[in-house]
Design a protein around this ligand. Structure first.
Ligand code: ADP
Ligand code: MG
Length: 177
């Protein structure tokens, strides 16, 4: 079986077969499924993510969820090991970071127990709902602090693998879209 780093390389190669425009197009049916998901619809407080160029595109969807009346939270990487969670209430809660990308700058959110639904991005997910991230373990550490939230893994179909090796600290998601 390939190790995690070899699998990440394989997924990066698969992503390279697509243009940004194609990825944007492929994102639409995935976002439709997310929008229609009963667990998302039932939740008041949801954590989404602000997509990077090679991820399922979520920029418009986060705003749509604010307009739908949800309390929307976004993660921000703050160190080599940790993310923090910030509130998103509209575009004024985003600013250009030192990396030149838009990053959440809303009020810091610490009431993790109130998060009901989390859209979890991944390099890959397998048929056992194991997740492969970018290799820093950010979501493994974060999800350990939010055991009651419903977690939905988000990736393109071409990113899915049969088997991802799981270490003891790896957090599975409840479902993969
Ligand atoms: P990813 O989940 O991003 O694919 P890995 O699962 O390979 O990345 O984890 C990356 C690193 O994060 C591992 O070396 C591991 O030691 C560390 N890590 C993951 N979860 C925890 C945790 N709960 N506590 C401490 N370290 C962790
Ligand atoms: Mg992991």
């Amino acid at each position: 079986m390939m190790n995690k780093n070899e699998l990440r390389k394989e997924i990066r190669n698969r992503k390279r077969q697509f243009t940004p425009e194609q990825l944007r197009e492929l994102s639409q049916p995935i976002i439709d499924k997310l929008r229609n998901h009963p667990k998302l619809q039932a939740a008041k407080t949801i954590m989404l993510y602000h997509s990077m160029p090679d991820e399922v595109y979520t920029h418009d969807f986060v705003t749509e969820m604010v307009e739908a009346g949800k309390e929307v939270l976004l993660p921000v990487v703050i160190s080599e090991t940790e993310m923090e969670i910030r509130k998103y209430t509209g575009l004024q809660d985003m600013a250009i970071s030192s990396y030149g990308i838009l990053e959440p700058v809303g009020e810091v959110f610490t009431d993790y127990q109130s998060i009901e639904f989390i859209a979890v991005p991944g390099m890959s997910f397998d048929s056992h709902r194991n997740r492969l991230g970018r290799g820093k373990g950010y979501y493994d550490r974060f999800l350990a602090q939010v055991p009651s939230a419903y977690t939905l893994g988000i990736c393109f179909d071409f990113q899915k693998l049969d088997t991802i090796p799981a270490d003891v600290y790896d957090k599975r998601v409840d479902e993969v879209i």
